[in-house]
Design a protein around this ligand. Sequence first.
Ligand SMILES: [Zn+2]
Length: 62
Amino acid sequence: MRLFECGTLVPGCQWHTRAEEDAEVVRRAVAHMRSDHGEQIIRETMVENIKARIRNEEKAPA
Ligand SMILES: [Zn+2]
């Protein structure tokens, strides 16, 4: 799974999302930026910032 934690971009934000595809993670993150951070315009640089912070989620130890 791919994981994006908003706190890596917006300090203090606890929101995070995970999905199989980066594109889906980005889509959800952009929606979150609009609805929770009041971003009217999602710039390409913001999308790049989101993509740069998506990481592989390690499987939790059994
Ligand atoms: Zn956030």
